[in-house]
Design a protein around this ligand. Structure first.
Ligand code: FCB
Length: 444
């Protein structure tokens, strides 16, 4: 199937969009943005490739209008972006940055003027440094401050947002950042992780409640999913893959859709969960209007007796890989979409809110022919086509990402965009994948 055929097979009204996030593109040296713990993390030796940071990124703070033109000109009808908490509240919990308000006013009005539906995330990882320095997600206070920040966003922008979610990929906020230490704040502590795993979910629940107070009717959650493949048939590999699934996946959907945490992961956190966390579960499980899945790859789970807490490591297998070293495994997307619909939220609208690949793109004679990306996106869209035909309520698909951008600890090394960015000149060059979408979504 070609990309065009996949797109044509989806029903009228199916949403196609691209996704970005604030720290990765805006350039936080512009417009009075405050410091986030990503700025602090980038300053630490060895944390980010080449010591890079998001100070300039794609200078989207300046180029937002032409960037939105790229979304609209390709024929997409939605744009997923995130608000930067430190841009809106740079210094204190109440001190609003007028430039930040103006920026998002222009951006959202710019989407509406181009018939792009704004899909907003309130937190895509740029936690204000003042909160991080005070314990960050280990502290309940951070969840309360997040509720106040949600109120600010909803007051100023809520009625113009087609869809809202509190937090992008809570697993990354909690586990990846506090246990594996790959993202800010770079901790490797099980005790810190247990607190963060709950407080990020509490923040979701508190934020959803505020969104409801403002009467929002398209409130969702965006969860990242990675398929856990036992490295072999041994009982220990199978058991560890199950634990990985609990940590990475079930922790989030069990709490949001069933109001409980999985027993296997609670046993891992034994004695380290925040006191009386059970009292928050009803709030965390408040009904949603939709759920988003971010999907990239699978992990092979290999038992490792030297690992002190979880007893496994994640390795990569033999399938073809993207430039991240991530195996290309569209079957995993099918697995999670089916499991969500069958076991967690029958009939709830589902969106694929991120899917895409880093590729060693080459600019040749002013063009980037990223055929690998077109194949990757087509293979994953084919999964969606098949499941929609089976009756799953999948209503949209967002490509990660519109632009090459700051890929967290990989800095600017990894290119995920359907539009190439020259970081010296900030010139944008639509890649072949962008043109393929345009030909499919906006045929002459
Ligand atoms: C996701 C993140 C996004 C980007 C992609 C590659 O986990 O949400 O910011 O880094 O991975």
């Amino acid at each position: 199937m070609t990309l065009a055929a996949a797109i044509r097979s989806l029903p009228d009204g199916f949403t196609f969009g691209t996704a970005t996030s604030s720290y990765q593109i805006e350039g936080n040296s512009f417009g009075g943005c405050g410091q986030s713990h990503w700025d602090d993390f980038c300053r630490q030796d060895g944390r980010v490739a080449n010591g890079e940071n998001g100070a300039v990124a794609c200078a989207h703070h300046h180029h937002w209008a032409s960037d939105l033109n790229l979304v609209a000109d390709a024929g997409f009808d939605a744009y997923r972006f995130s608000f930067s908490w430190p841009r809106l509240l740079p210094e204190t919990h109440q001190g609003i940055n007028p430039d930040g308000i103006d920026f998002y006013d222009r951006l959202i009005d710019g989407m509406l003027a181009r018939n792009l539906r704004p899909f907003a995330t309130l937190h895509h990882w740029d936690l204000p440094s003042r909160l991080a320095n005070n314990g960050g997600w280990q502290k309940r206070d951070t969840a309360n401050y997040f509720a106040d920040y949600t109120d600010l966003v909803m007051r100023h922008f809520g009625d113009r947002l087609a869809a809202v979610v509190p937090i992008n990929e809570p697993w990354c906020v909690a586990w990846l950042s506090h246990y594996w230490g790959h993202h800010a704040p770079g901790l490797t502590s099980l005790a810190a992780t247990a607190k963060a795993m709950h407080h990020v979910q509490l923040a979701h629940g508190l934020s959803v409640a505020v969104m409801r107070e403002h009467g929002h009717k398209q409130v969702g959650a965006v969860l990242n999913k990675e398929f856990p493949q036992p490295i072999d048939d041994s009982p220990s590999a199978v058991a560890k893959a199950e634990l990985f699934d609990g940590i990475y996946n079930r922790w989030f959907e069990d709490s949001i859709f069933k109001g409980r945490y999985p027993e296997d992961v609670l046993a891992l956190f034994d004695g380290q969960m925040p006191g009386n966390f059970e009292a928050d579960m009803e709030l965390i499980a408040a009904p949603l209007d939709w759920v988003g899945v971010n999907y990239y790859t699978r992990s092979l789970i290999k038992p490792d007796a030297r690992e002190p807490h979880i007893g496994f490591e994640c390795v990569r297998g033999d399938l073809p890989k993207t430039d991240m070293g991530w195996e290309i495994y569209p079957e995993g997307l099918a697995y999670f979409l089916k499991r969500l619909a069958a076991d967690y939220c029958p009939n709830l609208p589902i969106y694929v809110t991120e899917n895409g690949m880093a590729n060693k793109d080459m600019m040749v004679d002013g063009a980037v022919n990223d055929v690998e990306r077109i194949e990757f996106l087509t293979a994953h869209l084919e999964v969606v086509v098949g499941l929609v035909a089976e009756g799953l309520p999948i209503q949209g698909y967002f490509v990660w990402s519109l632009l090459d951008n700051f890929e967290w600890s990989y800095g600017y090394d990894k290119r995920f965009g359907i539009v190439h960015v020259d970081y010296e000149t900030q010139k944008r060059t639509p890649k072949a994948s962008w043109h393929a979408f345009q030909q499919s979504l906006k045929p002459e």
